[in-house]
Ligand binder design. Structure first.
Ligand code: NAD
Length: 347
């Protein structure tokens, strides 16, 4: 297969490319604009492969996108390119509207025009896989003491109710993808995944920010009381789930992907402190005995979602996929990676 991957220089896209090059004979075309979040260093270990190609292109540029489809003749698209940071979407929503909505529309149009001219065998096999987030569903209440946490979960059928400019722009892109399937027959797959963590995540996101601030002896800012709950998935598990769905997912279906790891933000941060304390105790110049002393509560994010939790039964039952990493094993690997790769974080 020849797979066109957008956003392949980002955190998840680069994990998907490394996974496909290492675990298949497929050819990958990485189409990325290289915004602040894109980094070709993430692909260093596979960049010499003759099955890997890179094109610096903006998904909002219709003529360049058309040329990529024409030149490479892909069998599938995995669309990950996006503006992805909620805080940035609050400060400057325009880029999110442009890339996540207009960019997805531009890519859909190019894919549709290309797909309509394929021969019938390739036309039937073609897939447009749109990678989205569980944040499109809005948020869930915290279960009370008498309630089972499983009472409120995001299912594939949960109505959309996005809270932030980021999640609203991703919800819009999901709607566009479904409309291109219903109206034009484009064969699509949609996946909505919970929060990812792991190596190569840009240090503005919660887990790398906390690890790197702690290592440098800087304050570790936690929004509000830190009681927001997220359902964490190790990025390499997300990559394997996406490839499984591309190969075996039923055309037109949506799959939720999650890690069954619901944890409060403050518990994530304290766990990072405790593991760092064991692996790399604080520099004596920091004047602290334990990294937990760096935790600092700040004013909560506007519109902050309370809880995300995925029901991932469908992908487990229909495609026999479940995550390999527990949060304990994944967070330890992640911390070790950031300790060993502080140069990457300075780039
Ligand atoms: P990221 O911000 O790390 O990477 C995004 C990539 O897209 C970067 O390489 C960037 O250069 C590229 N890009 C941005 N605008 C572009 C444009 N106009 N044209 C071409 N390339 C462009 O994001 P990520 O965390 O890897 O997320 C990837 C996808 O997965 C996104 O669609 C996101 O919504 C989704 N997702 C992320 C998470 C998460 O926890 N990070 C969870 C679920 C879903």
């Amino acid at each position: 297969m020849k797979i066109l991957i957008t956003g392949g220089a980002g955190f998840i896209g680069s994990a998907v490319i490394r996974y496909i090059i290492h675990n298949s004979g497929d050819v990958v075309i990485n189409l990325d604009k290289l915004t602040y979040a894109g980094n070709l260093e993430n692909l260093r270990e596979i960049e010499e492969s003759n099955r890997y190609h890179f094109e610096k292109v903006d998904i909002c540029d219709p003529s360049k996108i058309k040329k990529i489809f024409h030149d490479y003749q892909p069998d599938a698209v995995m669309h990950l390119a996006a503006e992805s940071h909620v805080d940035r979407s609050i400060d400057g929503p325009a880029a999110f509207i442009e890339t996540n909505i207009i960019g997805t529309y531009t890519l859909l149009e190019a894919a549709k025009n290309y797909w309509q001219n394929l021969d019938s065998k390739r036309k039937n096999a073609f897939r447009f896989h749109h990678i989205s987030t569980d944040e499109v569903y809005g948020d869930l209440p915290h279960p009370t003491d008498n309630e089972d946490a499983g009472k409120y979960l995001f299912h594939e059928t949960t109505p959309y109710s996005p809270s932030s400019p980021y999640s609203a722009s991703k919800a819009s892109s999901d709607h566009l993808v479904r409309a291109w399937m219903r109206t034009y027959g484009l064969p699509v797959l949609i996946t909505n995944c919970s929060n990812n963590y792991g190596p190569y995540q840009f240090p503005e996101k919660l887990i790398p920010l906390m690890i790197l601030n702690a290592i440098k002896g800087k304050e570790m800012p936690v929004y509000g009381a830190g009681d927001q709950i997220r359902d964490w998935l190790y990025v390499e598990d997300h990559a394997s789930a996406l490839y499984t769905i591309l190969l075996n997912g039923a055309c037109g279906e949506t799959y939720n992907i999650g890690g069954n790891n619901e944890i409060r933000n403050i518990d994530v941060v304290e766990k990072i402190c405790d593991i760092l304390q064991e692996l790399a105790p604080p520099d004596p110049n920091y004047s602290i005995n334990h990294y937990r002393e760096l935790i600092h509560h700040i004013q909560d994010r506007a519109g902050h979602d309370r809880r995300y939790a995925i029901c991932a039964d469908k992908i487990q039952k229909e495609l026999d996929w479940s995550p390999s990493e527990s949060f304990d094993s994944g967070i330890r690997k992640t911390i070790l990676w950031y300790i060993a790769n502080q140069d990457w974080c300075e780039i």
